[in-house]
Design a protein around this ligand. Structure first.
Ligand code: MN
Length: 238
């Protein structure tokens, strides 16, 4: 049993410990670190101007994406086995993540993965899709033309209520599909592999486009890094 005298003594020891800790160490307590880290953007914040503005890119990367990484590390801090899993493994196997942290892992491993992919699939003045490439052929089965593809993508983006993503995915049967998810959910959790995704959270566009989501989607549709996306598709098909 903890006696009052013992409690008082503990409090005194604690107070003494704090008093002897240099203030700058208390004030500068770093955010919890972990196995996951914010990946570099891979290009300058203004590289996608005028389609995506530098300020939004910087805040999106250093604040929003960083927060998903920090909160994922926090969620995993008492689970060394889960720390060994890749984002892909975490998201494909959400049902094997303990219920206590499943929601946090779903949101923050999702947020981390989704944004990491998003940055890589964006490029200004990318070379076009290889006309006789496998991806172009597969897209030809889903869409009747480039215009049709853009129209369907826009329609899907406008159909998402609130925050979420539109994805081009490779389904379990290797066919390509256009799908949407809510929040930071990722198609991997349904056995689909994303090729590219469009972030429909207002933080992704509000500074420049305000409530005009359609204008943001149009800007996005001119920023596909086809070289990267085709390489991903070939890897998934292999
Ligand atoms: Mn975002």
């Amino acid at each position: 049993m903890i006696t009052r005298r013992h409690a008082l003594k503990s409090a005194a020891v604690l107070a003494a410990a704090f008093a002897s800790t240099p203030l700058h160490l208390v004030a500068q307590s770093a955010p919890p670190t972990g196995v996951h880290a914010l990946p570099p953007l891979g290009y300058a914040y203004d590289a996608l101007e005028p389609h995506f503005d530098a300020k939004t890119m910087e805040i999106h990367h250093t604040k929003h994406h960083q927060t998903y990484v920090t909160k994922l590390n926090e969620a995993l801090k008492d689970y060394p086995d889960l720390q060994k899993r890749s984002l892909d493994e975490l998201l494909r196997g959400l049902d094997t993540v303990p219920e206590k942290i499943r929601g946090a892992v779903r949101n923050h491993a999702g947020g981390h993965y989704n944004h990491s992919l998003f940055w890589k699939t964006l490029k200004k003045d990318s070379r076009p899709l290889t006309p006789d490439g496998a991806l172009n052929r597969a897209l030809g089965e889903l869409f009747t033309s480039e215009e049709d593809a853009k129209e369907q993508f826009l329609k899907a983006a406008m159909s998402v209520f609130g925050s979420g993503w539109v994805w081009l995915v490779v389904d379990k049967d290797k066919s390509i599909k256009l799908v949407t998810t809510a929040n930071q959910d990722n198609p991997l959790s349904k056995g689909q592999t994303p090729l590219l995704g469009l972030d429909l959270w207002e933080h992704a566009y509000y500074l420049k486009f305000q409530s005009k989501r359609a204008d943001y989607v149009q800007a996005f549709l001119s920023l596909q890094n086809w070289e990267f996306i085709e390489a991903q598709y070939d890897k998934i098909r292999a």
